[in-house]
Design a protein around this ligand. Structure first.
Ligand code: GCU
Length: 345
């Protein structure tokens, strides 16, 4: 069924892409079509938040703009969508911070394992314009900029049949990671075999045993069906990687000051609605995974994972010294919001 859905989605998206690439935002009723792509299903908080963005902007500027939200990789993989946003073929997309690392080294910062001491420290850091501002602006020359961040929880390992209780359990396992050098290096250090691939390919790769497992937040188990195949989800808590809403600079710069204000307010709507929905969505995903899909949740001691990964901070900072002030500012939030050790809470 998933295969059929995918085949239909691929042919729909090919037709859609042809119209996106030729239509370029104009509409017969004179309204500017604003296209936003993302890779989540329609039950995901990201999609809900973008629909609220659509409502908000159209309630203020509906005579001029028609916002269209495309879920489920209909406009391509995240890497494809970032490139489409860069060139202006589409106007916005949601990309994982991991993917953005391949477009700007600055995004390496938020991909470091065990960077944040707690969810509160993560939120405070991402809400701190002194930390995110310069990083979000750093791709302007490349044609896009980040307009807000989106909570994507905590990433943990999950596998088809091998419970992960310590790094030693990862040895010899092929684990899908996002396509970012930091994630590949993290897997190498932890002893697993990193298999980078796009999000949309993971379900089939798990099902056909091309990979032994993956790592993600709990929503991947239910919203993406990975819990149908993977029966062990292990809270090693290795990363809190935000998703980032990015926009095409030419589009944003072409807005009048009044329009820009409305769009900026809309970006805050995306951030707030998604965060509001996130906690409940994760709780519901855990219940469904445990009770309907038969996924077992494990709570290993995270210290051995941390001991292996933390030296990466030093090596990343040596490679990218410009990131040091931002890293130090995150440590201030880490000291304010120390961990209460609540894995999976
Ligand atoms: C999460 C994240 C996505 C990302 C995906 C992945 O679902 O929200 O932006 O694409 O992980 O692992 O690729």
């Amino acid at each position: 069924m998933r295969g059929l859905y995918r085949a239909l989605a691929v042919s729909f998206s090919a037709a859609l892409m042809a119209s996106v690439l030729t239509g370029c935002g104009s509409a017969s009723d004179g309204k500017r079509i604003v296209r936003i792509g993302h890779n989540q299903a329609t039950d995901h908080p990201t999609h809900m938040a973008l629909l609220e963005f659509e409502n908000y902007v159209e309630s203020k500027l509906g005579d001029r703009y028609n916002i269209e939200v495309y879920p489920s990789e209909l406009l391509g993989s995240q890497t494809d969508m970032v490139q489409l946003t860069q060139t202006g073929a589409i106007d916005f997309c949601v990309a994982s911070n991991s993917i953005l690392e391949t477009f700007s080294d600055n995004y390496t910062l938020f991909n470091m394992p065990y960077l944040f001491a707690s969810a509160e420290a993560y939120h405070a850091s991402m809400d701190d314009p002194d930390i995110t501002g310069p990083i979000f602006d750093s791709t302007k020359k490349a044609g896009f900029e980040a307009v807000t961040w989106i909570d994507a929880g905590t990433r943990n390992f999950y596998t088809v049949s091998t419970p992960i209780n310590s790094p030693a359990d990862l040895k010899g396992l092929k684990i899908r990671v996002q396509q970012s050098p930091t994630n590949v290096e993290m897997m190498r250090l932890l002893g697993g075999s990193a298999t980078p691939m796009g999000f949309g390919e993971v379900y089939t790769a798990l099902q056909s045993k091309i990979i032994d497992g993956a790592e993600n937040n709990e929503m991947a188990l239910t919203s993406n069906g990975h819990g149908d195949v993977c029966k062990f989800y292990s809270y090693d808590m290795h990363q809190m990687i935000p998703d980032i809403l990015i926009g095409n600079c030419a589009f944003l710069d072409g807005l009048s000051p009044e329009e820009r204000t409305v769009f900026e307010e809309g970006f805050q709507v995306v951030n707030q609605v998604e965060r509001r929905e996130w906690t409940n969505a994760v709780e519901a995903a855990k219940n469904k995974a445990e009770n309907e899909q038969g996924v077992q949740f494990l709570y290993p001691d995270t210290a051995p994972f941390q001991e292996i990964c933390i030296p990466m901070h030093q090596s990343v900072l040596e490679q990218y010294p410009d990131l040091k002030p931002f890293y130090d500012a995150i440590q201030v939030h880490n000291q304010t919001f120390v961990s209460e050790g609540g894995a999976g809470q």
